[in-house]
Design a protein around this ligand. Structure first.
Ligand SMILES: [Zn+2]
Length: 141
């Protein structure tokens, strides 16, 4: 009888230990998953930031090229308007891509830039806290 009750107590203890171990394992698994997601988000953020830096440099080079065309025209060596128009349209499309990258990057931090005044807003805001303009609703990714 005595032996039996010891056995039961041990079995119960063993059972508790196993359940605790399972719970801990589960919690560790969730923690690792959350950390993995954070690292992935940080990597995406950094990648977007690099792409933006590259695009900004491209825009700057093209703006410099436009400046050279304008100055050449001023000094009597006029640039064809087609060449000028082409350069300006390239800048437009580069800036469009740049804005989209920034929008994605800010979205990772739950932020949104106002299309009107350029102020940074919380992603959940309906209106810009700086100028009051409605913030564009964008599809969540
Ligand atoms: Zn604004």
């Amino acid at each position: 009888m005595e032996n039996n009750s010891w056995k039961e107590t041990l079995e119960e203890l063993w059972g508790q230990t196993c359940r605790t171990a399972l719970d801990l394992g589960d919690a560790a698994g969730r923690g690792a998953k959350a950390a993995g997601k954070t690292a992935e988000t940080a990597a995406r953020y950094a990648k977007l930031k690099l792409e933006e830096a590259d695009l900004t440099a491209q825009v700057r080079r093209k703006l410099q090229r436009v400046g050279e065309m304008v100055y050449a025209t001023h000094t009597g060596d006029p640039t064809g308007s087609d060449a000028m128009e082409e350069a300006l349209l390239e800048i437009d499309s580069l800036r469009e891509v740049l804005r989209e990258k920034e929008r994605q990057r800010l979205g990772l931090r739950g932020l949104r830039r106002c299309g009107g005044c350029g102020a940074m807003n919380e992603g959940k805001n309906e209106y810009c806290t700086n100028c009051g303009q409605p913030l564009e609703r964008q599809a969540e990714e």
